[in-house]
Structure formats: C-alpha cells, structure tokens
Design a binder for this molecule. Structure first.
Ligand code: COA
Ligand code: AMP
Length: 630
C-alpha cells in the first residue's frame, strides 16, 4: 500500500489502523480498543492497555538477542570523548538507577525533573523514570534558574536529577548553582537531588539533600519494569506559550510508543540495528522523541552528540559524526545547516569524509528556507525532507513518508499530512478555505496517538489554548495553506511564539521580564528576521516619566535581566528605547507592523492605527541597531 491508501485508511478506520500499528509494541495487557472518546473533546488512546516504555525501548531488544548492539553512542567533541553503550549495558544501568530511585521512595506517578546536558546519563535518567512509572520533566540547560523554578513549582517533583555542569563552547555552564538557585526560588522543595559529577566541574553537594550519582546507586536492587496503563503520563515537557507561564505538555505512554515506532521506518526510513542521529538536545521535543525514545523503541542505535555544528572544532563535525558512526538518517534544524553553510559555503570539510551510507536529511523545528535546502541537497547528495511538527504533537504532522513511499519534494513545503492528522486550513470564522488560500492551520479532532491529551494540571488552559477557537479542531498556532496536491505550506505563527535558532520562545514571557525593570513603563518584543537564527528577539522600551538615565544603560540592563530570568537561550541581545509604541485606537500594540518594519518589508497602514507618525520613530530606532533596511 502506498501513502495515499494508508493515509485515507487512517482517517476512515482509525480503530483498525492504530490497533494494527499497536501490534509492534510489547504489551503486558493488550488494549481492548484504540480510541477512548468518552470525555471528548479530550481524547485518549489505548487507555486500558498495560505496558512499559522502558521494556519496549531497552529490555525487549536484549531479550530478542540484540544485547550487544550499541544502543547509545556518545560523541562529545567538547570534552574530547566518545563511548558506546550496548543495549545489555543500558538495561543494567537503567535498572540500577531505577532501583535506587525506588529505594528512595520514587513511585509510579511521582514527578522527577531532569536537568542535564547531552550525556547518555540524561537518557538513562529518562528511561529509569519510565521503568518505574515516574513522570519525568526534562529542562533544557540553556534556561536560567528562574525558568527551572517555574517548572519545579508547576510539576512539584519528588526528586531532581542533574549534572554538575554542561559545556558550551568557551564556557562551562554551572548547572549546580543554577539548580540550587532554582530550588531556593521555588515554593515547592524536592525531597532529594541526584548529581552526576562530571570531570570538567565537580559540584559541591548539600548534605542530606544531594546524592552523588554513583554512591546513590551503590548496592541497590535493580528495578524491573512496572506495567502502567496506556493513558499514564510518560512525561511532561514544558514549552513556550504566549505568557511567562510555560505550558506543560503531557505525553501519554501507549500512544507515544505506537506512534514513534511507526515513524522510525515510515518517515525516517531506518531498519532496526541501523544508526539514527538527531542533532538536537534532550531538553526539546526532538530530543525526547528522536534522541531517546523513537530510535530505542525501534531498536536503532542513537547518537548523543555534545557539540555544535560549527566551532567544535570546525564546520566538518557533523560530516565526521555521520561518517564515523555510519549514520543512515540524520535529523537537524535548518539553523545548524545555515551555520555550517556560512562558515564553509563550498563544503570543503565534507570532502574529507565519506557519508555515502547516509540515506536522507530531515529538517524541522523552524521554517526551512529554500536556499538552505538546495545547498544541503547539492553538497550532501541525499534527499532533504522538511517536516513540520510541534512539542504538542510529539511527532510529524506533515512530512515525506520516505520509508513508505518517497513523494516528490516541493521545496518550501514539508509535504503531506501523516496518518491520523486531518489537517484543514480555516478562515477566521472556522470555514475551510480553497486550496492555495492562506488561513489558520487546524487539525480535526481527535489528534492521532502520541500527541498531547492535555496540559499538566491545566485542562482548562488546554481547552482554551487549543480547542476553543475552532470547535472540533486542534488549533496549531501556525498559519499556512494547502495546495491542489494536498501539500502543506507553513508560513508563520499566529501567536506570540517566535523561533530563534530552532528554539521556541515566547515574546510575551520576555515582555513580562522587561516590564519588571523599574524604569520601564511599557514594552513590546518582536521576532525580527535573522539570516542565521531565522528570528531574533528585539525589545522596545518606553520609559517611565522622569527617568533620564542614558538609554543605552537601561537597554543593557534589560538585556542582562532577560538572560538572568529566562536564560542565554533567549538570545535577547537588542533593546531600543522609544517614546511610544504603535497602537490601534483601542490600545492594541501593532507588533505585526513592527515586524514588517524591522524586516524592511512593505505594509498596509492599518485603518485602526492611533498615530501613524510613531512608525517613523520605530523605523529610526530599528535602523540604529542595523535593522529596518530594505
Ligand atoms: N546550555 C546552556 N547554554 C546554552 C545551551 C545549553 N544547552 N544551548 C545554547 N546555549 C547558550 C549559548 O551558549 C549562547 O550563549 P551566549 O549568549 O553566552 O553565547 C546562547 O544560549 C544562545 O545560543 P544559540 O541561539 O544557540 O546561539 P549560538 O550562537 O550559541 O549557536 C547555532 C548558533 C546555530 C550554532 C546553534 O543555535 C545551533 O546549533 N542551533 C541548532 C539548534 C537545534 O538543534 N535545535 C533543536 C530543535 S530541533
Ligand atoms: P516546537 O514546539 O519547539 O517544536 O516548535 C513548533 C513550531 O515550530 C511550529 O508550530 C512551527 O511554528 C515551527 N516549525 C516546526 N517545524 C517547522 C517546519 N518544518 N516548517 C515551518 N515551521 C516549523
């Protein structure tokens, strides 16, 4: 069967289609049916099955005789180390850690925050939680203590597992002081912490609260896999919304297993035993689905890469890793390729390596610009597949099902909807628009298995954020169109989310931080186009009456404040002082117009604008920081 038949069947007979896909998973008790819709529009999949994620990702491969196969390859140019962990080794390491957590009272349903860099221990911690039914929440290392504190208070973890440090080019990221600061700020206090001490920096442990990773596990009884219900939360992953309060995306266990397993062959076109590499970070959804769970559930070897596309040590690092570890499918963000292209436009570094075993390159996380796609096609000599998805969905909404049937690539489109995703383009009134017409991208409910059933402790927010604008649909927050062939085109976000270097950030959250500066009366943050990072945040500050300190000083304090509160990952480096912000007569800030001015694009003067003269001042201020040229 080709793509079309499979896709149509998934919508016409979701029950039959997904029950068949569920056959590839080891169940302790098979689910009686696929979809549970009693609580619609909140849907669940395989709820009455009993299953364990760690069993499916680790133990079953050992039982099947593949214990000696590499499960994880750690390649870390920033520390100059490489090592491999077989499935058999992974099983004993994870069982021991899980046993130690259980011995300290971590039980099914308890939350565990994981705050670690790109080391295999991060995956081991995730899998150890899954083994005993604990719910992990991984926090990206580029966030500051405050962001970690917000997450601690929201999910109330019993325990936090962290590393002593991470390594960014040119600096050590001191995780432990960040962790201590976050626990101090948070109202909820974890019962204990487990610290993985790295050679690069040994952290000071707080007696009675902190345990050394190795000592903690010494002499404990390894834990077996605990079967959990299909709808048991596997993890919570926080992502940016429109405010400073991140959304805790919940992933249910069984749908996650079934969907990721399906995607490994049908989308990423790898067979069990082959090497798959997603160059992302465990702190993002790509890291959850395609560094940790997807490849391991499917019996692949996954690469944990601790480095950057450039500078660790050069623009040939990706090619070296692909060649040295025999990577068959490679997944990264367009930004990473733009970084390589900028440094090595002719791909001279690539000539040093043989990447002929690579089948394809997969791009996601942000819009893939045609230049970057064409460059990658040319220098790498493999098909380049853009695919579109979100933290919320956990796997591809639209992609090219290369392992099932490679469809013709249209550059600029992530291709077509994957099984179970009934994607529609709607106008403001919720009516479908004809092909080729721009609209809001929505997905008819139910979403397929593997996607979010709700937000952690915030079902109301889930309904309001995703299900209310278009009743009967999930609102993606992206705008775009579908063409005559059913190909999707993703154009822009419809909310305050921006995408900086493939990292999803909230301008609303940055505005909340800027507004807390004592001299700032009003502010706005927009995402301006950036050649390397796709978008970069730019802040506009209106000062309180009577403030007459140098503007540059205040702007610099604001930049520092965002770094301290949100973290370096916000890449917030530019703030300008203006007298007023452009607004409608009803007082709504015209951010979209400011974006067009920053990008040097034409725009139609909105009829509702209060005072058009302000736009000249905005243009002037932006020119002062090198933007608004066109
Ligand atoms: N821990 C701590 N700090 C981190 C971090 C982490 N895991 N990741 C990034 N940061 C820091 C960076 O060190 C930088 O700090 P600085 O202001 O002190 O220089 C800051 O956050 C901004 O980082 P970034 O926006 O990534 O810019 P960069 O100039 O360091 O790197 C790229 C640019 C393009 C090389 C890099 O962004 C990249 O590799 N992007 C690909 C992203 C990706 O794979 N995303 C996954 C989604 S699929
Ligand atoms: P995240 O939740 O961090 O994965 O970010 C999801 C958002 O990133 C989407 O809603 C899109 O706005 C954007 N995005 C992800 N992949 C693509 C893609 N292939 N093309 C265009 N935008 C994308």
């Amino acid at each position: 069967m080709g793509y079309k038949e499979i896709y149509e069947r998934s919508l016409a007979d979701p029950e039959g289609f997904w029950m068949e896909q569920a056959e590839s998973i080891d169940w302790v008790r098979k689910p009686s049916k696929a979809l549970f819709d009693d609580n619609a529009p909140i849907y669940e999949w395989f709820s009455d099955g009993l299953v364990n994620t760690c069993w499916n990702a680790v133990d079953r491969h050992v039982e099947a005789g593949r214990g000696a196969q590499a499960a994880i390859i750690h390649d870390s140019p920033v520390t100059g180390t490489k090592h491999r962990i077989s499935y058999a080794q992974l099983r004993s390491r994870v069982a021991r850690l899980a046993g130690a957590l259980r011995a300290r009272g971590v039980e099914k349903g308890d939350r565990v925050i994981i705050y670690m860099p790109m080391v295999p221990e991060a995956l081991e911690a995730m899998l150890a939680c899954a083994r005993i039914g604990a719910v992990h929440s991984v926090v990206f290392g580029g966030f500051a203590a405050h962001e970690l504190a917000v997450r601690i208070d929201d999910c109330a973890p019993k325990c936090i597992i962290a590393a002593s440090c991470g390594i960014e080019p040119g600096r050590v990221v001191h995780y432990k002081p960040l962790l201590d600061g976050a626990i101090e700020q948070a109202a909820h206090k974890p019962e204990f912490c487990v610290i993985f001490q790295r050679e690069e920096e040994v952290a000071r442990l707080i007696e009675g609260r902190d345990h050394d990773w190795h000592a903690f596990q010494y002499g404990v009884e390894p834990a077996d896999c605990l079967p959990v219900e299909g709808n048991h939360p596997a993890y919570i992953l926080y992502t940016s919304g429109t405010t400073g309060q991140p959304k805790g995306v919940v992933r249910a266990t069984a749908g996650h297993l079934v969907a990721l397993n399906w995607s490994m062959k049908n989308i990423y076109n790898v067979n069990p035993g082959e090497v798959f590499w997603a160059a992302s970070d465990v702190g993002w959804v790509v890291g959850h689905s395609y560094i940790c769970y997807g490849p391991l559930i499917h019996g692949n070897t996954t690469i944990v890469f601790e480095g950057k596309p450039v500078g660790t040590p050069d623009a040939g690092t990706f090619w070296r890793v692909i060649s040295e570890h025999n990577v068959r499918s490679f997944f990264t963000a367009p930004t990473a390729l733009r970084a390589i292209k900028r440094e090595d436009p002719e791909a001279k570094e690539l000539a040093k390596y043989d990447i002929s075993n690579l089948r394809a390159l997969y791009l996601a996380g942000e819009r893939a610009d045609p230049d970057t796609i064409q460059w990658a096609q040319r220098v790498m000599g493999v098909p380049v597949y853009d695919h579109w998805w979100q933290t919320e969905t956990g796997w591809t909404i639209a992609g090219n099902p290369a392992g099932l049937e490679a469809l013709p690539v249209k550059i600029g489109s992530p291709t077509v909807a994957m099984p179970g995703y009934d994607v529609r383009i709607l106008d403001e009134g919720g009516h479908e628009v004809p092909p080729g017409t721009l609209g809001a991208i929505a997905i008819r409910l139910p979403l397929p298995p593997g996607t979010l059933p709700t937000l952690w402790n915030a079902e109301d927010r889930y309904r309001k954020s995703y299900l209310t604008t278009f009743p009967g649909y999930y609102e993606t927050g992206d705008a775009g169109m579908k063409d005559e062939d059913g190909y999707l085109w993703i154009m822009a976000r419809t909310d305050d989310v921006i995408n900086v270097a493939g990292h999803r950030l909230s301008t609303g959250a940055m505005e909340e931080v800027l507004a807390s500066h004592p001299d700032v009366a009003e502010c706005a943050v927009i995402g301006a186009a950036d050649e390397l990072k796709g978008q970069i945040p730019v802040g506009f500050l209106c000062l309180s009456k009577g403030v007459n300190r140098p503007h540059a000083e205040i702007a610099a304090e604001c930049v520092k404040l965002v770094r301290e509160q949100i973290g370096p990952v916000a890449a917030f480096r530019q703030a300008v002082v203006v007298d007023r912000l452009p607004k409608t007569r009803s007082g709504k800030i015209l951010r979209a117009i400011m974006v067009r001015i920053a990008d040097g694009q034409d725009f139609k003067m909105p009829a509702t604008i209060d005072d058009p003269a302000i736009l000249d001042e905005i243009r002037e201020a932006l020119r002062g920081i090198g933007l608004a040229r066109g």
